[in-house]
Design a protein around this ligand. Structure first.
Ligand code: 3NM
Length: 211
């Protein structure tokens, strides 16, 4: 992976709860084959794996696939698991582990932080070591029960302008609206359902890249 912008260009996020029928590693492998540039294992919310051993096993299968395709493998929120299996990095939210603790533990790794407003972006700008900000939700999303209010494209543009780190947009991004999101000059887009609910994953990933 050449740089962070390249890594963020088609960033796929999923956990077993996002797969309606089928097997997460099969979905992931199709997405990897189609050209996703980053994967975040996010085992969270209704229907997610609860047993730590089951989660670790699934994480390791996904990690191995990402290695095969030379795509960074990140873990959402679960710092202990990310350290234990030596993930390429972590993504944390504002309500997860304290970001300074995370940065100390992952000094040579990828660290992503979710930001939803100007205050969060400006606070994050003061910290060294964050690799990128995840900003959203841009549009309404059905994939995160406790998502904030959608911020829309204008606010996304504003927040991108304030960010001193690369930005990946998140929330409700699909083949219909992806070009409008890319038009805000963000560094990349991240999706769950645009890939997990697609009948043809290869086509779905293609539509996220080409106008
Ligand atoms: N985080 P979809 S929105 C995981 O705003 C996540 O921080 C969000 O799923 C945030 O692509 C979101 O299906 C869900 O809308 C994104």
């Amino acid at each position: 992976m050449k740089n962070t912008k390249e890594m963020l260009s088609i960033y796929f996020i999923a956990g077993t709860q996002d797969i309606e029928s089928g097997y997460l590693p099969d979905v992931l492998e199709s997405a990897l084959r189609a050209g996703i540039t980053c994967f975040q294992y996010r085992e969270k919310g209704k229907g997610s794996l609860e047993h730590p051993d089951a989660k670790k096993k699934m994480a390791k299968i996904c990690q191995q696939l990402c290695k095969q395709y030379q795509v960074p493998f990140l873990i959402n929120d679960d710092i202990a698991l990310a350290l234990e299996i030596d993930a390429d990095g972590v993504h944390v939210g504002q309500k997860d582990q304290e970001i300074k603790t995370v940065l100390a533990l992952f000094s040579n790794k990828i660290v992503g932080l979710s930001c939803h407003d100007e205050r969060e972006v400006l606070t994050a700008n003061e910290l060294a070591g964050i690799t990128y900000y995840g900003i959203g939700p841009v549009f309404g999303t059905l994939s995160k029960a406790d998502a904030e209010e959608p911020i829309g494209l204008k606010k996304l543009t504003e927040l991108k302008g304030k960010a001193c780190k690369p930005v990946v947009a998140i929330g409700g991004i699909n083949s219909e609206n992806v070009q409008s999101v890319i038009g805000t000059q963000v560094d990349g887009i991240s999706v769950i359902s645009a890939i997990t609910l697609a009948k043809d994953i290869s086509k779905a990933v293609g539509k996220l890249t080409q106008p």
